[in-house]
Ligand binder design. Sequence first.
Ligand code: NAI
Length: 257
Amino acid sequence: MSTVVMTGCATGIGASTRKALEAAGHKIIGIDIRDAEIIADLSTAQGRKQALAQALEQSGGMLDGLVLCAGLGAQFRPVGKVVSVNYFGAVELLDGLLPALQRGKAPAAVVISSVASAHLPWEKNPLAAAFESGDEAAAQAIVSAAGEQGGNLAYAGSKNGLTVAVRKRVTAWGQAGVRLNTIAPGATETPLLQAGLQDARFSESIAKFIPPMGRRAEPAEMASVIAFLMSAAASYVHGAQICVDGGIDAQMRPTQF
Ligand code: NAI
């Protein structure tokens, strides 16, 4: 049986992915603020340190997989937590768990980014410098000072930074023998999406975000792609971002890919 650490396994895409991976025979060590083997708050440096220490302890320092699902939506306040969980909560776990993954069998990691990662290109991402230097306080200050735009900036900026961080690790992880990929979900029926729909600042834009397929995704439709990326069937897929979005990225950016 292989051992996989997962963040954000309590609800939504993460809960569905946990089920799919367990059905495929993986043992899951979940990290979340509730309903998980490791209860930790990934929005703080202390919480991330504790999550890493417990994940290494519970896995015996050897891991076959890592799935990073934990994330906060644009509506979440304080807005600084959105960059902390979505970017720092993922990147610190990636880096901290690479040595344990290197000791695993056919190891693979999947990071849940978003179609929003392409809405704010890296060259125009106001958070890029803070991410490059690992300056969490500076990133939080930028989104906090952005007023009404802070939520969208924090979400799109953190997801853009996350996909870039994964792509920049592709050489080191390839050489370490650990496959690393992202998925970019479109609108998916989860508590995060519901919270956005119930927030007057975001409800209209979310409601209008309907892809060519004419409906939003179910969490299981993300879980099946994540399970594929974690499996031997994806043995040559490395450094990819797979859009699982009903066609909305192609519709919005037909000439960019
Ligand atoms: P969700 O709200 O159902 O799940 C998020 C999970 O992260 C929950 O289990 C939650 O407890 C956990 N979490 C939140 N804050 C945390 C913290 N401080 N420390 C540890 N765990 C924490 O939302 P959903 O939609 O399943 O989101 C999963 C991922 O998918 C997120 O990264 C989200 O950004 C991404 N995504 C979701 C989309 C959607 O339309 N639902 C679209 C694109 C990306």
